[in-house]
Design a protein around this ligand. Structure first.
Ligand SMILES: [Zn+2]
Length: 344
């Protein structure tokens, strides 16, 4: 499930957990989490990262790959490291959009840069979709589909390469920052098998297998073969009128959700433990910011990483109790207010 502030195809009362995975930014996460609290919905902070896969031996295999990252409620550990990569991708997208416009004007279809930026919206880096929208609005093509099939397809006359990071590097980055790494919409790949194999070697945890029209048996088998958790997404990308599914339109079987949570909790638990210990050892602002980025740190945060789903229950519980004890002694001065970071 993607983008905030767009329609959900389920009534809001039926949504319990929503993973927000916008493209190359986590900018909408805080706002979504804040809004979700009112509806008693849990938002999993996430991001869909644009990468490129390039096989070292076979240079002709190079294709865009989208990797999803799902984080615990405190967000990524080492947020700055992740953010640097996301910023570089977004800046690369501006350069890429400019290059597409240059190519289009050489094809006698000039577009106004300001207009494309306006279509993309507030602070969003323009992508192919926004350029396509501008082509429709200028009357050069009839619809978005035509904009892609004539000019903007991979390698097309107005196509420009981005400078996205390598897919394996991003999978490793997600693992390092305490996230669950999943391959998004593998059915869109030309070389899914090669890519799944090498991403699994890099640490990939999961793969999208379900979409709005049901389960894809071939990818489900691949998930079994490579020991990957099966996920699903509506693959909503905002291509209005392009026969794409609505946001939130995917049926995910309960046992797959359970598999995901079981895996995710142990990863998130480790990440949060690291962040809490970091802070307990060095109670300075940068370390508290890390914990408070996407919400408040409280007992819920800890119980959410409930050790009940972990293998070594007692050990895990004792470990957290020790951290809790350490933290209860720390008093912080946040905006002039003396507060105990964790009470109780
Ligand atoms: Zn995608």
């Amino acid at each position: 499930m993607r983008k905030p502030k767009t329609k959900l195809c389920l009534p809001v009362e039926q949504v319990k957990v929503l993973a927000l995975t916008d493209h190359d930014t986590m900018a909408g996460v805080s706002e979504a989490m804040e809004a979700a609290r009112k509806f008693n919905i849990k938002v999993i902070p996430g991001v869909e990262i644009s990468t490129v896969y390039s096989a070292r031996e076979e240079t002709e295999i190079e294709e865009p790959v989208h990797i999803l990252a799902y984080y615990g409620s405190c967000g990524p550990a080492r947020y700055e490291e992740l953010d640097r990569v996301l910023v570089a991708i977004r800046e690369g997208r501006y350069l890429r959009a400019r290059e597409m416009l240059i190519k289009l004007s050489e094809l006698k279809m000039p577009l106004e840069w300001e207009h494309v930026v306006k279509i993309a919206g507030n602070g969003v880096a323009p992508g192919r979709l926004h350029v396509a929208q501008a082509l429709v609005e200028a009357g050069y093509v009839e619809n978005l589909k035509q904009a892609f099939s004539r000019y903007l397809y991979d390698g097309g006359p107005a196509y420009a390469k981005g400078n996205e990071p390598f897919a394996e590097v991003v999978v490793q980055l997600i693992c390092r920052t305490g996230g669950v790494a999943a391959l998004a919409h593998p059915w869109a790949l030309k070389n899914p098998l090669t890519i799944i194999k090498s991403l699994k070697a890099a640490g990939l945890h999961a793969i999208e297998v379900y979409r709005s029209d049901g389960k894809l048996a071939g990818f489900s088998d691949l998930a079994d073969t490579y020991g990957l958790v099966k996920l699903g997404g509506s693959d909503y990308h905002g291509r209005r009128g392009d026969d794409e599914p609505d946001l939130g339109c995917v049926d995910l079987p309960v046992f797959d959700v359970y598999d995901f949570l079981k895996l995710a909790r142990s990863i998130w638990y480790d990440a949060m433990k690291g962040m809490l210990l970091n802070f307990a050892e060095k109670p300075v602002h940068v370390n508290i910011d890390e914990l408070l980025r996407f919400g408040k740190l409280n007992d819920d945060t800890i119980s959410e990483c409930s050790p009940s789903l972990l293998d070594n229950e007692e050990n895990a519980a004792a470990e957290f109790e020790a951290i809790r004890l350490k933290l209860s002694h720390i008093m912080l001065n946040i905006s002039g207010l003396q507060m105990s970071v964790m009470s109780g």
